[in-house]
Design a protein. Sequence first.
Length: 66
Amino acid sequence: MSRLGPQAKRLFEVTEKSSTRKEVTRKYTFVLPVELMKQVKHAAIEDDVTISEWLTQALKERLEKR
């Protein structure tokens, strides 16, 4: 990581969230098809959660099936 600039290093910093969320998180960037992201946004709204929370749960459920 020593070759990364300060902006790139910040992407990989581990940050603690508020006391309500005790999980350690990192920020990532993904490229997704527009229509898929629209479906994710709608699903998150219907479930009354953030997109990050919805994606986290979906990924966990998918990994449990492996």
